[in-house]
Design a protein around this ligand. Structure first.
Ligand code: FAD
Length: 420
């Protein structure tokens, strides 16, 4: 049964925010939608920021040097006409700074510092995350989360220079690959013993590390950064093992902080990492408040326990679920996707379906790691839990249905036999 909603506010004009607005319209909501985003730009796509936005490959050419990234066609999430057609009250450069769930009002502060209250009867929280910054004021030390960050990193990439990338997560790995592509020396520093420990099983993490080394990256594992040295500009990165690495540019990929401070004290439950505690419908702890994207934490029925994903596809799928369930009132449907993530490094596509870690077993079911082209199954507790492909898109995606329900490990392997 539908319940009456007239005013829906969405906070965060990124992938989850825009997608929530689109899903509201697709599901027949013709009331007012206020989309509030603190960046000055119309919604844009983050995945290219560490890939083609840095290398220029696939971005088109400009006679007078590279075109600015802001407004670049290749980065727009939708063209202006498609956004306009949604009939939004789009407020850019405006930040949600408080929430009163009793009076159903969001406090919105503009760039000039003036605050106003915006009322709602439905709220979707999609304010995402920001990059964790290293503790230094030196020039030449960057993070990479926003279009403006990417503009600054792109300007600093210079053939022959030395880039030090701190953190070997997927963003760090892609920045390392892009810096190599433009002709820089690259050192990739990771405090953990194997990279990507949170995201993929170490058996896969080691293969991805080898990829960097084959492409000329100096990979330093198991040693953290203790400081950045230089006079106004960074010149060296000091490591915990005492060594120093010359650097003309540093990019830190050290994870994120979730943008949920504005929800503190509102009654919306947050977990220890600052994520919004949602139920299986993407609903927060307060009526008519939903959350989607990087900041949403919810119980996934097939993985036991709660999940929070920093994945592009999850941001759009969860936003769609949040919008649909907010409108539905009763008759809501649980959000139980097959998680999907991809990464592009050295011209190779890595794809992950389901969960890549932790795993207690792994099997290469097509191809071989040494050929840098394979599909691997990952399992836990007797079930198939993840599928990871390198340069194997159709084969990887073909097995997706095996993750839509609990599939015993042996049955999954047998399915490969039948598909060969
Ligand atoms: C460089 C990079 C490369 C990536 N590559 C991939 C990839 O290859 N594959 C993949 O699956 N994923 C990738 N991701 C992850 C993916 O981009 C994110 O999962 C996705 O952007 C999350 O969308 P979101 O809408 O939840 O959050 P965000 O994209 O963070 O959007 C939230 C928006 O809300 C704004 N905001 C924050 N606080 C407030 C506030 N108080 N008021 C108003 N607005 C606010 C933020 O400034 C931001 O514009 C990448 C991410 C980065 C940074």
């Amino acid at each position: 049964m539908r319940h009456t909603l007239n005013d829906i506010v969405i906070v965060g004009a990124g992938m989850a925010g825009l997608h929530a607005a689109e899903a509201l319209r697709e599901n027949g909501f013709d009331g007012r939608i206020t989309l509030i985003g603190d960046e000055p730009h119309r919604p844009y796509s983050r995945p290219p920021l560490s890939k083609e936005a840095l290398t220029g490959v696939g971005m088109g050419t400009a006679e007078d040097g590279p075109a600015p990234l802001a407004g670049h066609r290749a980065l727009r999430l939708r063209d202006d006409a498609a956004v306009d057609a949604l009939g939004l009250d789009l407020r850019l450069g405006a930040r949600a700074t408080g929430l009163d769930t009793r009076r159903r009002r969001v406090t919105v502060t503009g760039t000039g510092g003036t605050a106003e209250e915006v009322g709602y009867d439905g709220l979707i929280v999609a304010s995402g995350a920001r990059a964790r910054r290293p503790d230094t004021d030196l020039d030449g030390v960057h993070v990479l989360r926003t279009l403006d960050d990417a503009e600054a990193v792109r300007a600093a990439l210079a053939p022959g220079g030395h880039a030090v990338v701190v953190g070997a997560g997927f963003v760090g790995a892609e920045v390392a690959a892009s810096a190599r592509a433009v002709g820089m020396e690259v050192t990739l520093v990771e405090a953990a013993a194997t990279p990507l420990t949170r995201v993929v099983d170490p058996r896969i993490g080691r293969i991805l590390t080898d990829l960097h080394r084959e492409n000329g990256v100096d990979v330093r594992l198991g040693t953290g950064v203790t400081g950045f040295e230089g006079h106004r500009r960074v010149e060296r990165v000091r490591l915990a093992d005492g060594t120093a690495i010359e650097a003309s540019l540093v990019v830190a990929g050290m994870g994120v902080h979730l943008n949920t401070e504005w929800l503190r004290g509102s009654g919306v439950d947050l977990l220890a990492d600052g994520s919004v505690a949602c139920d299986e419908y993407a609903a927060a702890s307060v009526p008519n408040v939903y959350a989607a994207g990087d900041l949403a934490n919810w119980p996934h029925p097939r993985y036991g326990g709660r999940l929070r994903l920093e994945h592009w596809t999850n941001a759009s799928e969860q936003a769609e679920a949040a919008a649909r369930n907010l409108l539905a009132g009763e008759g809501r449907t649980p959000f139980a996707p097959v998680p999907y993530f991809w990464s592009d490094q050295y011209g190779m596509k890595v794809q992950l379906l389901g969960q890549g870690a932790p795993a207690d077993r792994a099997a290469f079911v097509h191809g071989r790691p040494e050929d840098r082209k394979f599909v691997a199954f990952l399992g836990r507790g007797g079930l198939l839990t993840g599928i990871l492909g390198l340069r194997s898109t159709p084969r990887t995606m073909r097995y997706r249905p095996l993750l839509e329900r609990p599939t015993p490990w042996e049955e999954a392997l047998a399915a490969v036999g039948g598909a060969r």
